[in-house]
Ligand binder design. Structure first.
Ligand code: F6R
Length: 242
């Protein structure tokens, strides 16, 4: 596990975008696993800048997203479909048919989880998986629990996650209670994993992820068993590591 500390969120975003850009440059038809939330927004901004500067070409890139709220239609501004189009897909030359997310409108959880898992596997191996880290140590929406769930599945979101994500909604009541998420097995099959972590409210989760016992109680700890993980974290997120 490689840990890169940066001074600010902006520096973290630049470092992360450089790592993603290097993967796309070396393998133009790569498959990227993508995340949503506030952590990667700056990374996507930097990637868009590189695209606009003519430094990056997404025309052969395929993407698979980690997760999606169950029950939100694509046009809902809080859906991850909307987020990805707003922050990246509509701003670069990626082919829409090469971008994939779980379908939040399919209310049949078993069917959707199986469909998405099969789709991701059929596309090949993710070359680089981008992750954020939840305040409770979740990755994707793999919430703390008694065991690691391997494949894509439907998750009951923890109260702490609903609380953390209510900032994007009018109230906590509007946050969907369930989501589809790639499982730990799906994430761990990626060739490279890049985690972006920012802010003091992530400091404990980051410390637990790096130093705590490997346990499904802190899902991020499983990353220590992956051979190629880079964490890019700002000073505030690293504050408990001194
Ligand atoms: C998002 C995702 C989540 C977030 C995590 C951190 O696709 O899978 O695991 O990465 O909840 O969210 P932010 O970045 O908003 O703090």
């Amino acid at each position: 596990m490689r840990i890169i500390e940066t001074k600010t969120y902006e520096d973290m975003s630049k470092q992360a975008a450089n790592i993603i850009a290097s993967v796309v440059t070396l393998k133009p038809d790569c498959m990227l696993g993508l995340a949503t939330g506030s952590s990667p927004i700056g990374t996507y901004e930097e990637l868009v800048k590189k695209y606009e500067a003519g430094e990056l070409d997404f025309s052969e890139v395929t993407t698979v997203n980690l997760d999606e709220y169950k029950g939100l239609p694509k046009e809902n501004k809080q859906s991850y479909y909307y987020f990805m189009h707003d922050n990246l897909f509509d701003k670069v030359n990626i082919k829409p048919e090469n971008t994939h997310l779980p379908d939040g409108t399919n209310l049949d959880s078993e069917e959707e989880a199986a469909r998405y898992e099969a789709l991701v596997q059929s596309l090949g191996t993710v070359d680089l998986q981008l992750l954020g880290l939840g305040r409770n140590g979740h990755i994707g929406f793999n919430e703390p629990g008694d065991s690691f769930v391997e494949p894509t599945h439907c998750v009951d979101l923890k109260e702490s996650t609903i609380e953390a994500n209510k900032r994007f909604f009018e109230s906590a009541d509007d946050v969907p209670k369930q989501a589809y998420s790639m499982g730990i097995g799906t994430i761990m099959r990626a060739k490279k994993i890049l985690v972006v972590v920012s802010g003091e409210d992530k400091a404990q989760a980051l410390k637990d992820t790096i130093c705590g016992p490997i346990s499904p109680k802190v899902p991020g700890t499983i990353l220590r068993l992956h051979p190629d993980v880079t964490i890019v974290a700002d000073e505030a997120a690293m504050s408990l590591m001194k």
